[in-house]
Design a protein around this ligand. Structure first.
Ligand code: ADP
Ligand code: FDM
Ligand code: MG
Length: 204
């Protein structure tokens, strides 16, 4: 799964409080220190007009949108970044992506939408060179500060989402036990990312 662009697309996925954002930042710092051309992207990107609707949906439980409509908005919020993503990949940038289509599929399928229907709007998005799944138990995640106020932030939904991620899991994913310490998880991430970069961006 090595893309034909000089850059690399590295996706970090997982349940809430798995440590995605922390590990994305740590990886960003490491690669930057190593002199890599690197950028972080996060989905949903709440900064765009579509992202603002998504943000309202997540933070305001009184906002009613059909499950299908919000699913398509999350997907459109990825598609609107595709020109930027491709541009960066062409320039040799390593993109670290905090959630991608897998969260889109897992969260919507967990609500009962058809799994294959959920997959279809994201078909054709740039393929990741590496998917890292931070697998945290619901118990550990709850202890990491407890759940907040946003939609989906409760143990029951998270547990259903985890089952969907298990359905999405592919043999080439790096599946990490994210109950381990921050440093241990970081070491595993670095090790695998280094392999992907050595494998394909030598002398770049
Ligand atoms: P996510 O982006 O997956 O929701 P965060 O990176 O924001 O998760 O982490 C949520 C909280 O849990 C933060 O306070 C973070 O410091 C803490 N945390 C993340 N990973 C670990 C870990 N492996 N061990 C202990 N605490 C962690
Ligand atoms: N989420 C995220 C979705 O339901 N679909 C998606 O396509 C994406 C990218 O939005 F509950 C959910 C997952 C999570 C919320 O939380 C976003 P963070 O803290 O911004 O990652
Ligand atoms: Mg996060």
């Amino acid at each position: 799964m090595v893309s034909h662009y000089p850059g690399r697309l590295i996706v970090i996925e997982g349940l809430d409080r798995a440590g995605k954002s922390t590990q994305c930042s740590r990886l960003f710092r490491t690669l930057e220190q190593n002199g890599r051309n690197v950028e972080m992207i996060k989905f949903p990107d709440r900064g765009t007009p579509m992202g603002q609707i998504i943000d309202k949906y997540l933070t305001d439980n009184t906002m009613n949108l059909s499950d299908q409509a919000i699913h398509l908005l999350f997907s459109a919020n990825r598609w609107e970044q595709v020109p930027h993503i491709i541009d960066k990949l062409k320039k040799g940038t390593v993109l670290i992506v905090d959630r991608y289509m897998y969260s889109g599929i897992a969260f919507s399928a967990a609500k009962g939408l058809d799994f294959n229907w959920c997959k279809s709007p994201d078909v054709g998005l740039p393929e990741p060179d590496l998917v890292i799944f931070l697998d945290v138990s619901i118990e550990t995640a709850s202890k990491r500060g407890g759940y907040g106020e946003e939609r989906y932030e409760n143990a029951e939904i998270q547990s259903r989402v985890r089952s969907q991620f298990l359905k999405l899991k592919e043999s080439n994913w790096l599946w990490i036990d994210a109950n381990k310490s921050l440093d241990e998880v970081e070491a595993e991430v670095n090790n695998e990312v280094q392999k992907v970069l050595n494998n394909s961006t030598q002398n770049r």
